[in-house]
Every structure is written in structure tokens, then in C-alpha cells.
Design a protein around this ligand. Structure first.
Ligand code: FUL
Length: 671
């Protein structure tokens, strides 16, 4: 019988380049440079070149690529120049590069090393060149743009097989600017950077490359640096002339968008993008990384996972082990496709060549399709004997556009009814790939009910799995009354803990309720699943002096000391003044902005004052919390030890010029 006609595309549709890119699914970013040696997130641009001096004398770019390969990354995107202007390759257009450092007597080239290693390990190569340059004297003026474009061409000619070119959105602000030390703001990005011309240069040399950021991009930023796309995630976005769609969230795209602009989730394996020894204990846990995977690749977005090699010129062992274990976990969860043993029946089929079996034929170029006019339907998978399942992967044949807008996953229960499986997120979009997690069901039949789509259904692949539990270490919080609460992610897990610095052990000191911990010290805990006899890694929390005697002048509220980063106190330009109740020798403070997703009032620039008399406080520190808007994580300010009873923390600039600043958690450092 002759093959039936394929459904008509529903526009917009992806280009072949988009389709190739989408199949990469996850790749790495690498942030290494002057900031690694400065301990900064955003270098100011004034650091002398001799600071670039790896411990042990060398930089081991091949190790970076090897780690990426083992961690399942399909490519490496290297930050060739960050906002501080320092170039990782010997650019002919500037002296501010590796060529004038001590490293390999100025003969080194990190980009060339990575590129060679990518070839060796079979990984793709991509480039990031920061538009903002805090070093360049002409930044903000036309000469800088000439420089920027020359470097784009230089890089593209060196690496024409670049698969992605990344333009960061961070733009303009304070900087060294060749010694001017001033603020330079760019009002009109497209006009200033001439992005259309830059894209022409890139694509002229590398027609396969996709552009992230800038003003004429092929891929969209997902709108946060936390590692998640929305459960509803369309690859489409409104065109520039589409007035209705202008409030669309980057996290979820737009069903009616006229531009194909799929999301990319960029997130660092650490709190920041550059290496800081103080964050060695804050490398994301396996459980966090697994969540990130399901919330990016599992939600129709690509994952750009960032690594930050340390001062020895290597990716730190903590990070590399974590990343590799993470990838092994993902593979463990999603390796044994249970549907290869199933039979599948569809409620309706388009005809020859588009039958239901196409979704389990292991060929992503074939698909099950419904007839024109039929945009609903079901797929029912039957097993010979009852099967435990807790993961489902779905893929649309996106070459013809993204279609599905609502579906439900059901399992046949013992009493013969189809019951929705317990998925606690919206089952709306699918796109290139959707992976769902749910409580284990034991069933002979699994059914997917497609309830709404933009046209005939085109499903290319469905897979189901039984994933083992991921053990999550407990969270440890101390509130303003010194009560410590330990929480495991699974209520069925037991928790064991210590308060003397020793490693917690199963069976010894079981946690039953909150306890008082009214001193400096460290609490460590593990969670334990007695059904599977599996334990988590150890979580630990170091506490400084108790804060039960602390009071905030002018308010009763103590949300900034309550140990819960999702609750915050808000302050005006006078900042927060804390009475510690007694004199303490203090060496610094920590500031954690409110950790809720939608919040405002992050402190961008700050001042710290201390003293024994309220009307006589002395300034002991000031500075900026670089990149806090996109990465609102824990910030530490240190100063020379000083005795004081009062401490005042003020915002001199608040992100987006808000009037009130938020403080999720605040501690003083006396250690
Ligand atoms: C952000 C930058 O400001 C960070 O420093 C980092 O480069 C990240 C990838 O993008 O917007």
C-alpha cells in the first residue's frame, strides 16, 4: 500500500541547524580566566597580567574536556573573554591576553588546547565572547565595536566549526575602561554592538552555528540561571511585531509565537560561574543536578552546564566526581526502556507509514500521526505482565512544528480503571523531548491521552523506565531561637546527625524533632532509606554565634535570622541596623537574598558600618555583589576584625533601581 501523505507543517518550524542543535541536549560551558585568580565573579578589568599564574605552573585544558566527556556533555562552550576583557587566546587585537602572562612564557593558548582536546574526545566546540568589556578604554564608543567585531572574525576564522556563539546579556556599568574608572551604560544594544553584522560574520564563516543572545538570536535564554524551564515550554516566541505576545515568559515560550526560538538553560555546577575556594562545599548535589536535568532536557530545553576550573588549572575533583556521578545517575534512570517489551495501539492513525508502532521503533525520523482534523487521541501500551514504571519520555516530530498543548498519563489500576499517574507538574507541552517523573505504578497498561494540540499529532518516540531512588541529603536550618530543623526530601527517609563535627552514621543519633543548638559549631546529617538500605551523602551546616539575642532596630520582624531563605525582611535606603545585644569581635557578614523565584530588591552595591554607639558607626566595608540579579546566592563580605555591638548593612544600589532591598538571611562572621 502506498504511504499516506505527511501532515502539513504548523509554522514556525525549526531549521536543520536547530534540529541538530536540539539533539545535543546537554553541553558544557567553561568559565576560567583572570577572575579565577582574582576570586571575582565579574572582574573589573584592571587586574595586572602577572596575576594570571596557575598554581603548579600549567593549565590542563585537556582534563576539562575529559571531565566533560565523562559527564555526558556533547560539546564545550568556552568563555574566550569575560566582562573583564582578558582573552584566553593570543588575540592580535589586544595586549590583555594570555600572550603577556607568565603562563608558558606567553606561548600558551587555552582555546587551541580545548579545541584539540575536543577533537580528541569527539566533543563539539563553541564560543562565548563577552560584549561588555570592562578593560577596554574605548568601551561605549565606536572604536570598541570595531575591536569587538575584529575579534569575532578572528575567532571564527580560527574555529569555523563552532556550533554555537554566545552573546551574554550583561552589559555596561562600572569598569576600569583603560583607567577611566567610570560607569558606561549602553542604551541601544542592537545599534551599539551592531549585532546583525556580527551574526553575518559568524554565519558567513560557520553557517551551522546558532546564536545565543544578542538581538538576532536563534536560541533563547530561559530567563534564569537556576537551571529550569517551565513545565509548559514552547520552542516558539512572539515575533518582534507581535504586540500581544510581549509579556510572554522566557521560561515557557509562547504557543502562538511566530519565531522558532527554543530555550537553553544555563546553570553553573556551583553557586557562581567562576571558581571560589569558599564554594567548594556548595557544588550542586547529585539530587539538585538530577532535578536540573529533568527541568531542562526533560522540559524541551537544552542544558548548558557550566564548570569553573580552579587555580591549579584543573576542574576541581569535587566538581568532576559530582558531574560524572550525576551523569551515571541519569543513565541509570533512563537506560532500560520498558516499552521495547510492550505492544502499542493508537485510537486513530493517519494511515500507512504513520502507525502507532512508530513511537517504539527506535527511529526518531518516523512518527505516529493522526488524520487531518484529528488533534486528540490516545496511545495505549500493554505489557505481558505487570510492570513497575516511574518515568516517561515523550518526543514530538518537531520538524513539522511543536503541537501538543495538553495530555495526561494514565495507568491501568487493579480494578480495571485508567487512573492518572501522580505527576506533580503540568502535562501540557512536549516538544523535542519531555521526561516526566511520577510515583512508581505497577501496571499492565499505560495510556497517554492527548487532549489538545495545534493540529494532527506527530509523536516520534515514547519510552518508559523504572528509576531507582536518588538519595538526597537533609537540609539543615537554625532559626532565630536557635532551634535546628533537619528535613529530608522524602518523608519515608530517616535522618541521622552529629553536632561535634564527626560523620553521621546510620543507627546512631536519629533525628526525631527540632533541637536547640545555641553555640558556634557544625551540624552534619544524612538521610537513610531503610527499604533500599541506601544513604545520602553528608550535608553540613556551619553556624556562627547564636542570634537569639539579635534585634533589628525599628522592627520586631526577624525573618532575616529565621534560617529560612524563602522568607525575607525588606528595608529602605537606611538599611538594616542590628543590635547584637552585646559586644562581639566581628570579621564579616553574609547576605543571602530571598530565595523565592519571583522576587525583587536584590542588593547590588552595599556598605557595612559597625560601632558601639548607634549614632557613631564606622564604615568597614563597601563593594558590589556581582551578577546578583541572575545569581542571587550567598554573598560574603569580610573586613579586619573589630569589636562592636551594632552592625548596619546598607544597600547603596538595588537591582533594577528598586526602592526596597530584601534580606532573606543575614549572619555575622566572628570565626
Ligand atoms: C551571566 C554573566 O554575567 C555571568 O558572569 C556568566 O558569564 C553567565 C554565563 O552569564 O549573565
Amino acid at each position: 500500500m502506498a504511504q499516506s501523505d505527511a501532515p502539513k507543517p504548523i509554522y514556525p518550524i525549526p531549521t536543520q541547524q536547530h534540529l541538530n542543535w536540539q539533539q545535543l541536549e546537554q553541553y558544557a560551558m567553561i568559565c576560567f580566566g583572570m577572575s579565577t585568580f582574582n576570586d571575582l565573579e565579574w572582574g573589573y578589568g584592571d587586574t595586572p597580567l602577572d596575576r594570571f599564574d596557575p598554581v603548579g605552573g600549567d593549565i590542563h585544558a585537556e582534563q576539562w574536556v575529559e571531565v566533560c566527556k565523562k559527564a555526558g556533555m556533547k560539546g564545550v562552550l568556552i568563555v574566550a573573554k569575560h566582562h573583564d576583557g582578558f582573552c584566553l587566546w593570543p588575540s592580535k587585537y589586544t595586549d590583555y591576553s594570555v600572550k603577556n602572562t607568565k603562563w608558558r612564557d606567553g606561548k600558551g593558548d587555552i582555546l587551541a588546547d580545548i579545541h584539540a582536546a575536543c577533537k580528541k574526545y569527539g566533543l563539539k566546540f563553541a564560543l562565548y565572547l563577552s560584549p561588555w568589556d570592562r578593560h577596554h578604554s574605548e568601551y561605549g564608543r565606536p572604536d570598541y565595536v570595531t575591536y569587538f567585531h575584529s575579534q569575532i572574525r578572528e575567532l571564527m576564522e580560527l574555529y569555523p566549526e563552532t556550533f554555537e556563539y554566545w552573546f551574554d546579556g550583561a552589559n555596561g556599568g562600572d569598569g576600569y575602561y583603560g583607567g577611566a574608572n567610570e560607569q558606561r551604560i549602553i542604551e541601544n544594544l542592537e545599534q551599539y554592538y551592531n549585532y546583525p553584522q556580527a551574526v553575518k560574520t559568524i554565519k558567513g564563516i560557520a553557517p551551522e552555528a546558532l546564536i545565543f543572545g544578542g538581538t538576532c538570536d536563534d536560541i533563547r535564554w530561559i530567563g534564569n540561571e537556576e537551571g529550569w524551564a517551565d513545565a509548559t515550554n514552547w520552542a516558539m516566541m512572539p515575533g518582534l511585531d507581535d504586540k500581544k505576545g510581549q509579556n510572554v515568559q522566557l521560561t515557557s515560550g509562547y504557543e502562538f509565537g511566530s519565531a522558532w526560538l527554543p530555550g537553553e538553560v544555563d546553570v553553573s555546577i556551583r553557586p557562581g560561574w567562576y571558581y571560589h575556594a569558599t564554594e567548594d562545599n556548595k557544588v550542586k548535589t547529585i539530587a539538585q543536578l538530577v532535578d536540573i536535568y529533568y527541568n531542562s532536557v526533560g522540559r524541551n530545553a537544552n542544558l548548558l552546564l557550566s564548570f569553573c576550573p580552579d587555580r591549579t588549572g584543573r576542574i576541581n575533583a569535587i566538581d568532576s566526581v559530582r558531574a560524572i556521578e550525576w551523569w551515571q545517575t541519569i543513565q541509570n534512570e533512563l537506560s532500560n526502556n520498558l516499552l521495547t517489551k510492550a505492544t502499542v495501539v493508537a485510537s486513530n492513525e493517519r494511515g500507512v507509514g504513520f502507525g502507532a508502532s512508530r513511537v517504539i521503533d527506535n527511529d526518531h525520523d518516523t512518527y505516529w500521526a493522526t488524520k487531518d482534523g484529528a488533534s486528540t487521541g490516545t496511545l495505549t501500551f500493554s505489557f505481558q505482565s505487570s510492570q513497575k514504571i516511574n518515568r516517561l519520555m515523550l518526543q514530538e516530530y518537531i520538524k513539522l512544528g511543536q503541537r501538543v498543548a495538553e495530555f495526561e498519563v494514565q495507568a491501568l489500576s487493579a480494578d480495571g480503571l485508567f487512573v492518572p499517574v501522580g505527576i506533580n507538574e503540568n502535562t501540557t507541552t512536549i516538544g523535542y523531548k519531555r521526561i516526566l517523573r511520577f510515583n512508581t505504578v505497577d501496571t499492565k497498561q499505560l495510556r497517554i491521552v492527548f487532549k489538545r494540540a495545534k493540529g494532527p499529532l506527530c509523536i516520534s518516540n515514547v519510552e518508559a523506565f523504572l528509576a531507582p531512588n536518588v538519595m538526597v541529603e537533609p537540609t539543615i536550618q537554625r532559626n532565630e531561637n536557635n532551634l535546628v530543623t533537619l528535613t529530608a526530601n522524602d518523608r519515608e527517609c530517616e535522618i541521622y546527625y552529629t553536632i561535634d563535627g564527626s560523620t553521621p552514621r546510620v543507627g546512631k543519633n536519629k533525628y526525631t524533632q527540632s533541637f536547640t543548638f545555641a553555640k558556634k559549631g557544625i551540624v552534619k546529617a544524612i538521610s537513610y532509606d531503610k527499604n533500599f538500605k541506601k544513604q545520602s551523602i553528608v550535608s553540613e551546616q556551619e553556624f556562627d554565634i547564636p542570634m537569639n539575642k539579635f534585634a533589628v532596630i525599628g522592627t520586631e520582624s526577624k525573618k532575616l535570622f529565621d534560617g529560612n531563605p524563602s522568607s525575607a525582611d525588606y528595608f529602605g535606603e537606611e538599611g538594616v541596623t542590628i543590635d547584637m545585644g552585646a559586644q562581639h569581635t566581628i570579621k564579616g557578614i553574609t547576605y543571602l537574598p530571598e530565595q523565592n523565584r519571583w522576587t525583587s530588591g536584590y542588593i547590588h552595591s552595599y556598605e557595612v558600618y559597625v560601632g558601639d554607639q548607634l549614632d557613631h558607626l564606622t564604615k568597614v566595608a563597601e563593594g558590589e555583589f556581582s551578577n546578583i540579579k541572575n545569581s542571587p546566592n550567598l554573598r560574603t563580605v569580610t573586613f579586619d576584625p573589630i569589636k562592636a555591638r551594632y552592625i548596619q548593612f546598607r544597600a547603596t544600589r538595588i537591582v533594577d533601581n528598586q526602592k526596597k532591598s530584601n534580606i532573606g538571611e543575614f549572619t555575622v562572621i566572628t570565626k
